[in-house]
Write a protein that binds this ligand. Sequence first.
Ligand SMILES: *[C@@H]1O[C@H](CO)[C@@H](O)[C@H](O)[C@H]1NC(C)=O
Ligand SMILES: *[C@@H]1O[C@H](CO)[C@@H](O)[C@H](O)[C@H]1NC(C)=O
Length: 376
Amino acid sequence: MSIAWPLLLVATALCSCASSASASAGGCKFPAVFNFGDSNSDTGGFWAAFPAQQGPFGMTYFGGPAGRASDGRLVIDFIAQAMGLPLLSPYLQSIGSDYRHGANFATLASTALLPNTSLFVTGISPFSLGIQLNQLKEFRNRVLATNGDSGQLPRPDIFGNALYTIGIGQNDFTSNLGSLGVEGVKQSLPSVVNQISWTIQDLYNIGARNFMVFNMAPIGCYPAFLTELPHDSNDLDEFGCMKSYNSGVIYYNELLNNSLADVRKKLQDASIVYVDKHTVTLELFRYPNAHGLKYGTRACCGYGGGTYNFNQNVYCGNSKVVNGKTSTAEACGDPQNYVSWDGIHATEAANMKIASAVMSGSYSYPPFDHSKLCGS
Ligand SMILES: *[C@@H]1O[C@H](CO)[C@@H](O)[C@H](O)[C@H]1NC(C)=O
Ligand SMILES: *[C@@H]1O[C@H](CO)[C@@H](O)[C@H](O)[C@H]1NC(C)=O
């Protein structure tokens, strides 16, 4: 059975507040968003540090590469827009950034734990959660030192009123799956969720009070992992997703949910919302047709066709010489029909549906009223 979602048109704004510095005085409860995470919410940090991204990334909404691992907007973009705020500028982006309504510390390939490897060896970002937290602290110190004479910086009182969003852990989970397997990776998951909970407490200690923490999506349905990770056909469920890896994700999500419950007990005057992005994303993979999409476990931008249209040697936008001829992984002509953009990341179409479901408040614990985002 597919779930019917309330029709919530994110793009037409949940609130009518203008994107002005007086947003907090008007409809929107939160004047700023500070985000921590990985590629699922990176709005340009990684590509600011390590240029340059190529097309067809960004083709649907931005008309070209926009530092996002998608054809268009991410869930965090839709949330910012629904709050009447500008899209979040990456902390690492030195040109054209505007931090008056927050900053984004997320980078592609980031982990919650400090990495023991290098970007140039295994592709893991050096900007893990602890580094991102230090960046926020540095940002905050600089803002407090401005005494309100801020330019492109927020007002000094923003940190207590802002919404802090965190979506990280997927790379901690997936980067060792090939070598350790699900059972091996499970051993490290308690320290991953602890890292997230410590980050919340650390942020709380410098005045943060409102948190939204995203759980992990069902990576066992991702075309890239279906292609790369060892599994036998018995492991596929009726929707074509891998049961073993998805059960590891469910295990992780339970740990995260429980850990947040502990933090909530300690920090009683804070709002710590667990956002069940997993259920929403799984629903899209299982019943794409019920949500206006056509393809679940097939990548839009990839190479090789077949069930998954994914080849790890020819990643979206790249060209490689395969069997003596140059092959390029190009985008499909209809990304609006796909859940998966490049085999790992979601399309703008899927992100819009996920954001809309998330902001309906029905996929959160404690139940989250979207009027909290904008108090209209
Ligand atoms: C890296 O090594 C340190 C020290 O041994 C450890 O605390 C940390 O959890 C490791 N990180 C990962 C991602 O395994
Ligand atoms: C998360 O934990 C709470 C209890 O703290 C529980 O009521 C809720 O159902 C859990 N949510 C999910 C999605 O597991």
